[in-house]
Write a protein that binds this ligand. Structure first.
Ligand code: ZN
Length: 174
């Protein structure tokens, strides 16, 4: 047990009996906790106005700091979400073959629309899934009507790393 001596009551007490203080060389307050508490109580009683002003100031500053932090992390979250969306849109664009007919492109659009409506009606998170992932590791799934299916977000997440069998009409590369 490491002890420190309190400068007020002159008692040697365990370190845990002292408040940590980065301003003090020894890393702990010069006074034990009971002495520190007694002194600050005394000070509060002698300076009621200043003490309540300080408490208010502390509260306000902390609230402002919390607000700033909150706003900052919100912006960061939005930025990374937007970045992800942009990357996803680009990947979909790149995975869309130029030889698709207008009807096929319309079919893709309809699938996305159907997923959106399903989500709205059921309140469940429906997504359009590329059966062969368009960001596959060794191949690139195509953004073509026959590679699309509507699934719940949960099912999509559960699919994980399992890769379906490679079919040339569903993906290119390999
Ligand atoms: Zn003490």
């Amino acid at each position: 047990m490491e002890t420190l001596v309190c400068w007020r009551c002159k008692e040697a007490k365990d370190k845990s009996e002292f408040y940590k203080s980065s301003q003090r060389k020894r890393g702990f307050s010069y006074r034990c906790k009971p002495c520190d508490n007694a002194l600050s109580k005394e000070w509060r009683q002698k300076n009621p106005k200043l003490s309540s002003e300080l408490a208010l100031k502390w509260k306000r500053e902390n609230r402002d700091a919390a607000r700033t932090l909150n706003a900052r992390s919100k912006i960061k979250r939005r930025e990374s979400y937007n970045k992800l969306q942009r990357a996803r849109a680009k990947a979909i664009r790149q995975a869309t073959p130029s030889w698709l007919t207008d009807e096929q492109l319309a079919e893709i659009a309809k699938t996305y629309e159907a997923a959106r409506i399903l989500k709205e009606v059921t309140g469940m998170k429906y997504e359009v899934d590329h059966m062969h992932a368009i960001s596959g590791k060794d191949y690139c799934g195509l953004n073509v009507p026959w590679n699309l299916q509507i699934v719940t977000a949960a099912a999509n997440a559960a699919k994980g790393r399992h890769l379906p069998e490679f079919h040339s009409h569903l993906a290119w590369g390999g």
